[in-house]
Write a protein that binds this ligand. Structure first.
Ligand SMILES: Cc1ncc(C[n+]2csc(CCOP(=O)(O)OP(=O)(O)O)c2C)c(N)n1
Length: 623
């Protein structure tokens, strides 16, 4: 039973004194409020040390507590969309003691992970899948005779992703125990965009809608014996009468009972809405208003800057969203420069304006800049549309999120050979975000699609060069993939071009590589001093010169910061007419767990030391 403010014990209880999550239900509201303060202190302490998603988590403290006081996890399934806002849920479900290991190697994940806890209802990381997952889980439970609830928490940012509507479309008609909680803070990473964001904000701030509703309900309440049943029927039905009495939200039209909006920082209000939702045993949509960054002044003032942070000084006003010294920033500035002279250049992002470095372009050319929301599939097809209309579209997107748009690249861009540029950011290892966010698959899936050219610059100068080549000297779909972070390279830049760099000294072993790890390969080769080196910049398709060079060697070692299956190394070997005697591929297999990027490079064999070991191993074998 949920207690109210008056009948409640007031002695504060610490998180460590509670059996979580079950004892949460025994707490009074004042005790809960104290608990929320303790949770916020913990969130700020750990995220400022380990990095992570701060403002989103500060906004969901009360909501997480309310969910665990109203529902019975893990019997009721709780699904967090994207999952970056689930830290309080983690703290409340047995991970308090491990919370300081958040996002560290072997530590707890920054996203829900069913393999980590039975309380995490479904895998999260990529946006907008939660309602579809809930449909499957709820129906599966029903088929098994289990009448527990499936509860989704989805942000208004995640609501801009098309998959959310496929889910809504099916959930609303299902009559299953699905509760969709909209965590509405008017923000995606930056300010939320699009017609839907506008629509949600209208409901959020439409007192006349709520007042009409309250007035109608009050009138019905005052009609003895007849009023209450009619009120219940109207509130929970989709009838024409209801539509005539109140304006209906789109969620009611989709088949949900709509509750809210409620103040998501008011525990009592939120718990009551959730308890009502639970009692209805049908699809219910609960609209919860929250403040991103709640309770930490710098984050409340600047929620976008504190969305995803590296470790930061407490009370720093503005941790850097993106450093000026990064591949993303260099890309963004270069594109802005080119766009000054070429009015055809357009730039799109799927809700990652700052992450992809497009803020410079957006500022200078707002008419040609498009933030399409979390809609990677739309962005690709939209870019192909722009191309059809004679523009030069560039879509900047993280490698991992581009996975969403495979069919749009194939069907909407490749078959009719549209010229679009994909600026594939965060390609390769990305570190602490773990399995869901690694940028390791783009080469494998892009190389299955005809009319795709891929460049992989190893330094800023090459990135600029590749961008010009992609825009003006290459047909079809052109992907430029570059890593997270900054350029720390020290290799000789005198030979920069957009195809390849070859250092041949008549050795019998050739090391081939591309991208960021070229730097380490140069060092490893210089130390061992008995291999030649070929660096690909245009990594696919292969130039004839590249094939000719490779076919001269007896021993080939290929270092590839990407998946082995379908990677460049595999493509290259299958393109050779004369096979080498030894061919060794060092690449990635399976999913890569969270750790720092430098550890991931080491674990997978791309540190200088590990490269030297491989070179020595291969050359010993052949001796
Ligand atoms: C497919 C995909 N594209 C991009 C992202 C990057 N991303 C992570 S959180 C986020 C914004 C989410 O906004 P919202 O759902 O409103 O949550 P809030 O942080 O505002 O609570 C984005 C764009 C992602 N996780 N998945």
């Amino acid at each position: 039973m949920i207690l109210n403010e008056t009948n409640s014990p007031k002695t504060p209880k610490k998180l460590s004194e509670l059996k979580l999550p079950s004892e949460l239900k025994t707490l009074s509201i004042p005790q809960c409020k104290e608990l929320c303060r303790e949770i916020r202190r913990l969130l700020i302490k750990v995220v400022s040390k380990n990095g992570g998603h701060l403002s989103s988590n500060l906004g969901t403290v009360e909501l997480s507590l309310a969910i665990h006081r109203v529902f019975e996890s893990p019997a009721d399934k709780i699904i967090w969309d994207v999952g970056h806002q689930s830290y309080t849920h983690k703290i409340l479900t047995g991970r308090l003691n491990k919370f300081s290991s958040l996002r560290k190697e072997n530590g707890i994940s920054g996203f829900p992970k069913p393999s980590e806890s039975v309380h995490d209802g479904f895998i999260s990381g990529h946006s907008s899948n939660s309602i579809s997952a809930a449909c499957g889980i709820a129906r599966g439970m029903k088929l098994r005779g289990d009448n527990h609830h499936t509860v989704v928490v989805i942000g208004d940012g995640a609501f801009t992703g098309g998959l959310a509507y496929e889910g809504l479309n099916n959930a609303g008609k299902s009559n299953d125990n699905i509760i969709v909680i909209l965590n509405h803070n008017d923000m995606s990473i930056s300010k939320n965009v699009g017609a839907l964001a506008k629509y949600l904000s209208t409901i959020r701030s439409k007192p006349e809608y709520l007042n009409t509703k309250k007035t109608v309900e009050k009138i019905l309440d005052s009609v003895p014996s007849v009023g209450a049943p009619i009120k219940k029927a109207i509130v929970t039905s989709k009838s024409a009468l209801k539509g005539a009495l109140y304006h209906s939200t789109m969620f009611e039209d989709f088949g949900f009972v709509y509750l809210g909006p409620v103040d998501g920082h008011n525990l009592l209000e939120t718990e009551r809405a959730l308890a009502t939702a639970k009692s209805l045993n049908k699809p219910v949509f609960v609209h919860v208003n929250t403040v991103k960054g709640k309770g930490y002044y710098p984050a409340e003032q600047n929620p976008g800057a504190f969305h995803g942070v590296s470790s930061f000084e407490l009370f720093a006003k503005n941790p850097e969203v993106i450093s000026d010294d990064s591949f993303s920033a260099v890309f963004g500035k270069e594109l802005t420069k080119l766009a000054k002279f070429d009015k055809k250049i357009c730039a799109s992002t799927a809700a990652m304006k700052y992450g992809t470095g497009l803020q410079y372009f957006a500022k200078q050319f707002p008419q040609r800049f498009f933030d399409v929301g979390i809609a990677e599939q739309h962005a690709v097809t939209f870019s192909s549309g722009l191309s059809s209309a004679g523009m030069l579209p560039v879509f900047a997107v993280y490698s991992s999120f581009l996975q969403r748009a495979y069919d749009q690249i194939l069907h909407d861009s490749s078959i009719d050979n549209k010229h679009i540029v994909l600026a594939v950011d965060r390609a390769g290892f990305v570190g602490e975000d773990g399995e869901t966010h690694q940028g390791l698959f783009d080469v494998s899936f892009l190389t299955t699609i005809p009319n795709v050219t891929i460049f992989s610059p190893s330094c800023y100068e090459e990135l600029s060069h590749c961008l010009v080549t992609a825009l003006y000297d290459t047909d079809g779909i052109v992907a430029i993939r570059y890593p997270k972070g900054n350029d720390t390279s020290s290799f000789d830049k005198s030979d920069i071009n957009a195809d390849f760099v070859y250092t041949g000294k008549n050795n019998s072993t050739l090391v081939i590589t591309y991208g960021r790890i070229y730097e380490n390969a140069v060092k490893a080769i210089n130390i061992t001093n008995y291999c030649d080196l070929l660096k690909l910049t245009k990594i696919y398709p292969f130039e004839n010169d590249v094939i000719d060079i490779v076919e001269q060697y007896d021993n080939i070692i290929f270092f590839e910061e990407g998946m082995q299956s379908g990677g460049i190394a595999e493509h290259l070997i299958s393109s050779l007419k004369h096979f080498p005697k030894n061919y060794k591929i060092v690449a990635v297999n399976g999913y890569v767990k969270q750790a720092s990027v430098s550890r991931q490079l080491e674990i997978y064999g791309f540190s200088v030391e590990k490269m030297i070991d491989t070179i020595i191993g291969v050359t010993d074998e052949k001796a």
